[in-house]
Structures are given as C-alpha cells and as structure tokens.
Design a protein around this ligand. Sequence first.
Ligand code: ADP
Ligand code: MG
Length: 391
Amino acid sequence: MSESERVSSSARAFRERFGGEPAVFSAPGRVNLIGEHTDYNSGFVLPIALGERTYVAGARRADDTVRCYSRERREEHAFALAHAWRRSGKWHDYVEGVARALAARGVALAGADLYVSSDVPPGAGLSSSAALEVALGLALTTLAGAALPAPELALVGQSAENDYAGVRSGIMDQLASALGRAGHALFIDCRSLEVTPVPLPKAGVSFVVCDTRVRHAHAGGGYNERREECRRALELLQRSGRAVTSLRELGIEELNDIGKLLPEPLDRRVRHVVRENGRTSAAVDALRRGHLAVFGKLMNGSHASLRDDYEVSVPELDFVVAQAQRESGVIGARMTGGGFGGSAVILVDTADLERLSTNLRASFQARFGHEPVVRVAVASDGVRRETPARA
Ligand code: ADP
Ligand code: MG
C-alpha cells in the first residue's frame, strides 16, 4: 500500500467507526543503529526513523470526552478530560498519558474521537510506543487548535511513558519519532537534547531489521531494572567522592578504577554504558567519513557488550547476530532497542541482501521453529500532519 493509500484507509476507518471527516496524523517507529541503554544515562544514540508509522485519524468533539479506538487492540477506550486518572496497566495508559502530559504542559485540550492504526509491530524493539505517543501528541494539540514544536512533542511522549504508562525509558525513541529525517540517521546528545542529522550512504549498503518475534514488555520488566542499576551505580560513585551527575561523564580510562568501587554486576553495567558512548561517537565519525567497515565493527562490539556486560540479549537475538556476522557481505550486526526480545539490525552490502534474508529466515526457522520478519529500514521523516494539507 502506498503512503497516500495508507492515509486514505486510516481516514476511511475513522469514518466507518465515528462518522464525520477526520484529520490524519502519523509518526514513525525507529531502529537504533548504535548507542543502546545510553539515553537515560544522558549519553549518545544514533537512531533512524522508519518507514513503518502509526496513524491517528481524529476529529474534535463538542464535549471533553476522548474516545480512542485501536485497530491493533480492536478495542475502544473513552475518558473525560475532567476526570481523575488512574493507571490501568493497559494500552490506553499511553493515550491518557499523552493527554494528561499535554494538559500538564498547559495545552488546553478539547475532546476528540481518535482512530489509531499502526504498521510498527509492538514489542519488537522498533518503538511502537513512541510512534503512538508522538502521533497522538500532534493529533490532540492540533485538534485543540494549539501547536507545540516537535522536540516538545517528544518530551510529552516521554512523560506519557514515564509518568503514566510506568516505563522509565529515555528520550531517544520520542526524539527519533518526532524529528526523523529521510535519508539520515540522527545523532542525539541525550544531555543537551541536540539532534544532528547524519546522511546515510545513498547506495550500495542497506540496514536490515530482523524481528525475532520474541516480544518484550517494557512496562515492569528488566528494562526498569537496568535503569535502576545505573542509578545505584551512580549513587555509589557519588558517595565515594566522584563529582559526577550522570554515567555519561565517565571516561573509558577511568573504568579500571571505577570497577574497584562497584559490586558485580554494577561494574559491568557501567562498563557497557561508558564504552557504548565511546562506540557511538566513533560510529558517527565513521559514518561521516564513509568508513563503513569501522562502523560495522563498532556494531559488533556493541552487541557483545549488550550480551555479556549489560545482559539484555536473548538466545534468539544472539543467534541472528552470529548468523548474520558469518554471511558474506555483512558489515556489522547487533541487537537493537531495549532488548529482552525484539529485533537485530544488520548492515549489509545491498548486493547480498536477498541471500542474507533467505538464509536468516531458513536458519532461524530450523533453530526456533518460527520465521523472523526481515525488512529493510528506510530512513524516513518524523511526525507530521498527513491530511488535510495545511492552508
Ligand atoms: P515497543 O515500543 O518496542 O514496541 P513497548 O513495550 O515500549 O514496545 O510498547 C508497546 C506497547 O505500546 C503496547 O503493548 C501497547 O500498550 C502500546 N501500543 C503501541 N502501539 C499500539 C497500537 N497501535 N494500539 C494500541 N496500543 C499500542
Ligand atoms: Mg517502547
């Protein structure tokens, strides 16, 4: 389905459910090329926004009720903006969370009917949650006659996720979804929130996403545990007299000394974060210079570190990465996203793409009994209003 057909089908689904003419908004999922579990440590990340997007078709209502239907969940949830909010642990926490976070920023919201449909698989490490939050953020502000700059929409999305859905995620996913740029990766400094687009190679190589279809659930899982370990490590370092406010401020040359101050496994968690920041800076440099072999080695190093030091990989991800790294034409491979399931990202010569996909599907099926979903990442633009076009 073309992008314009996708927008039309979103509007049609809205009309069939609610009647009336909607405006359509969309925001992309993302794949992170390198820089994992660094965002909430104020470090560096390098995601691209994907061609797969979440669509929100919406129209304003006369009262203060928000009704939201999710095509994927086949369920409608309604709430009154004036009523107090309670966490349900369900998908619509993200919807109410965005509305509450917007209100907390002073946006005077209006009631709305919303039809959500998404091409970003949930729990695949491609950030369906941020795509949903950021698309909803633009929909709700626009329908209320207000406007927020894209970086603010990202912060609203993060607040919805942290303060309402209860996932203590960093800012990478929402910034990628809000500010993605076609043909570019985004180098993000998660302390200053500065976002620098870096051009991707125009031809010859592809980034492939291999979704193991092992689903993670970040709400209440190992993700929050890792974040808590980083917080404890930082606290211990501060108590031992180090003047640091985030793990980002630590240098690779300090790791030996730091290791002596921290109990296992906190020493390894910190080692991952510090080295991953170094790898991500080096990867951006390599990308800018066209040194793809260097970029690929850094991806491989990132995977080993996430597997051994940060311990967020799973056998399915390790298998895909090891298989890919053995294939000719593969420049680098690593798990991507928070881990505990989800996807791997592979940099490959485009000439070898077909064979890689075929071999990955076959070997994975033989080992785990189901096929992974293999897609080529198309670096795309961030959140936008699709229709009607602005005057
Ligand atoms: P990821 O962001 O990697 O896909 P998360 O666990 O962070 O995984 O977010 C997935 C959750 O986001 C889903 O369980 C659901 O609550 C919510 N979500 C995402 N997309 C949709 C959708 N189209 N409809 C309803 N809920 C969605
Ligand atoms: Mg998410």
